[in-house]
Design a protein. Sequence first.
Length: 290
Amino acid sequence: MTAGATRGMWVIARYTFRECARRRVTVVVPVLSAIFLALYGLGVHFAFEAAHGTTRAAGGLVDTHALVGATLVGLAMFAILFLGAVFAVFLTFNTVRGDAETGSLQTLVVRPLSRPALLAGRFLGAGMLCGVYVFVMYLVAVAITGRIGDWWPHPLLLPGAALVGAVVIVAALSVLVSVYLTAIPSGIVVLMLYLAGLLAGLLGQIGDALSLSNLQTTGRYIAFVVPFEALYQQGLNSLTSGMTGLARVIVQLGPFGGAQDFGSWLWLYCLGYLLAVAALATWSFARRDL
């Protein structure tokens, strides 16, 4: 990418930041996030208040303190990924066709700003905003859990990094879909893809619980087609890697998609997936009439 294209890309990224401020996103999102975290903190307080010592289950003794802590952080990760995905869709669903309908795209795609620079800038701006948002939300949720219940995930940062990678992939898919569809259909399609990822997690969870290999395989295949789900499952797995015994097994079966260890190569796969999505979006946009 040339120096002019790089400057244009950062111009569009800054435009995305200003657009968020103009639409009051920088006010609405923090307020709603604060409400969610306050409710989460209240739930954490009552959950740990009721958790004491160990409890006996079918497979033996379970450390209820660790079980409650990991389950609550896992639930927080599920909610934060959903909020981040909606945020990413909101920032990118009108990147091409939506802006073309309003006439703003034609004023942006002029020399020296190329079409690839426009796509890269919108993706960069949305990816940075959403990535920072989900990572900060994760850290705050973990801090609330640790402060109230004295439980901390080990490792601490890997689950948050998985959330960042997942929401960046959602943003990339949203940019790609916006090349083909107008604003509202684009947002609907991306949210349906997100729900398909959740379905993959649930199928894998059911397959693990019932030892059904076909469901397990189907869930894994879907997770690779929409790898934000695979990253979420990897994040859940790293969340429970410091646990042992029956408590780890219980948490790995949920929440809303079982934990899976896909290995370190998953990150390389996701990088290749992003490059493929970027190439397809650039190729399609270059052949699209404005």
